[in-house]
Design a protein around this ligand. Structure first.
Ligand code: ZN
Length: 433
């Protein structure tokens, strides 16, 4: 006897109750629905946390997130009791590099799909559910990205700037394993051809390195940067720049740059830069952990942050001996307080900048700079999605978006270091292994 015959006989036996009962569930639909319940929800919008919450996920997307009391009935759904736990959005890292590293060696010959997937999975295990690879990619990444976007991602989602720009023999093409990685441009005609190539590959944004590596390398001219920004705009592409110097940042913001992909690290940000960034909507991606690694893991001496010392010391003298890391932290606080848009990024991926772990170190450094846990969470969730123009699909834990989330044992709103207490990570609603 088939299933419908059994149901029919049961109905005949129970007559009235069957006719007036709830409509029959579609078993296929129920099989693809899961419910997480009894946790505290931190949804990434900046709203207060919701205790006693539930998230309903169907086919990898959130169909409900909020108080459990308001959740739709989902008979037949798989239920996970997360009592005592906290759920926050997956971390979106707006500045990473993927595919080029094996161990502590960097070379584009290592760039294979396997190596890329391995690194994406490392990110995912630490709760990083999306990463923007900033200018050091080969075409391998487009296949992986397009495969993820045409279905359900199972590991950290990639966004890519393809190949970034520098000038002839400019930084970072002179660094180990980086020759031939960025475009080295000399003329605006070259810029136009290269931007056209990137647009044809549908890059997610465009990257420029604007740095002389503390005077040791060649830096691209501001005129060529303007040509890159202008050409990118014709294709509707946004441009983010690796910056170091305050005055470069100011000129680039004025020229319509979309984001500073690192902090200004040579001097305190002034009112002119803050005003320009606000007027033109230039984002700041701080990447503190880059300094931690670049300066061979050196830390700023504690006395340089001691209130007692700072009370009497000459500010100019203090600025002169500060590590770029500390300058960057002071600048972040100032930019954030002034209302400049802040996105989360780390510059992980190159040798010694460990993917996944450094994202958590970055959060600690942002807290040390004076940002609240709520601000830090928004920087890697709602703000990061806004930055990428993907708020429809990613960022917050709200109905309609992919269920990319992190289940935590301890409350990250009490202390952002609690974001390390990972119980499980879900991407498109499926557990990452
Ligand atoms: Zn970078």
């Amino acid at each position: 006897m088939n299933r419908s015959a059994i149901v029919f006989l049961a109905c005949v036996a129970m007559l009235s109750s069957c006719a007036s009962g709830p409509p029959a569930q579609d078993p296929a639909k129920a099989a693809n629905t899961k419910v997480l319940e009894n946790f505290t929800l931190i949804d990434g919008t900046g709203r207060d946390a919701v205790p006693g919450a539930a998230i309903v996920i169907t086919d990898g997307r959130i169909t409900y997130a909020g108080p459990k009391s308001g959740a739709p009935a989902a008979p037949g759904a798989a239920r996970t009791d997360l009592a005592g736990k906290f759920v926050m959005p997956g971390i979106i890292n707006l500045h990473g590099h993927v595919g080029n590293v094996k161990g502590v060696k960097q070379d584009q010959s290592f760039y294979t799909k396997d190596n890329l997937m391995k690194q994406l999975n490392t990110y995912a295990r630490y709760g990083v559910t999306a990463v923007v690879s900033m200018g050091s990619d080969t075409d391998v990444i487009f296949g992986v990205r397009d495969e993820q976007r045409s279905g359900r991602a199972t590991t950290a989602r990639v966004f890519t700037a393809g190949r970034g720009f520098t000038g002839a023999d400019g930084y970072p093409s002179t660094m180990a394993g980086m020759k031939g990685v960025p475009f080295e441009v000399k003329t605006s005609a070259e810029v136009e051809a290269d931007v056209n190539e990137l647009a044809a590959k549908k890059v997610d944004l465009v990257k420029i390195w604007v740095d002389d590596h503390l005077g040791k390398e060649k830096k691209i001219s501001i005129d060529l940067c303007k040509a890159i920004i202008g050409n990118a705009r014709k294709h509707g592409l946004k441009v983010a720049a690796h910056v170091f110097y305050h005055d470069d940042a100011l000129k680039l913001s004025e020229a319509g740059l979309y984001a500073f992909a690192h902090s200004v690290r040579d001097k305190p940000v002034n009112e002119a830069l803050i005003g320009m960034a606000k007027k033109n909507g230039t984002w700041q991606i701080p990447t503190f952990t880059r300094e931690v690694s670049t300066f061979t893991y050196a830390k700023t001496p504690a006395f340089l942050k001691d209130e007692f010392f700072l009370k009497g010391a000459d500010p100019e003298a203090v600025a002169g001996v500060q590590a770029p890391e500390f300058m960057a932290q002071q600048n972040l606080k100032k930019l954030s307080d002034s209302g400049v848009k802040i996105g989360f990024g780390t510059d992980t991926g190159p040798p010694g900048r460990f993917s996944g772990y450094f994202e958590h170190m970055e959060m600690d450094l942002m807290a040390e700079a004076g940002l609240t846990p709520q601000q830090i969470i928004q920087s890697f969730s709602s703000s990061a999605a806004e930055y990428l123009g993907v708020s429809k699909d990613l960022g917050t834990l709200e109905a309609g978006k992919w269920a990319d989330l992190v289940v935590l044992v301890r409350n990250p709103l009490e202390n952002i270091s609690n974001a390390r207490s990972i119980d499980q990570v879900l991407i498109s609603g499926e557990k990452v292994n």
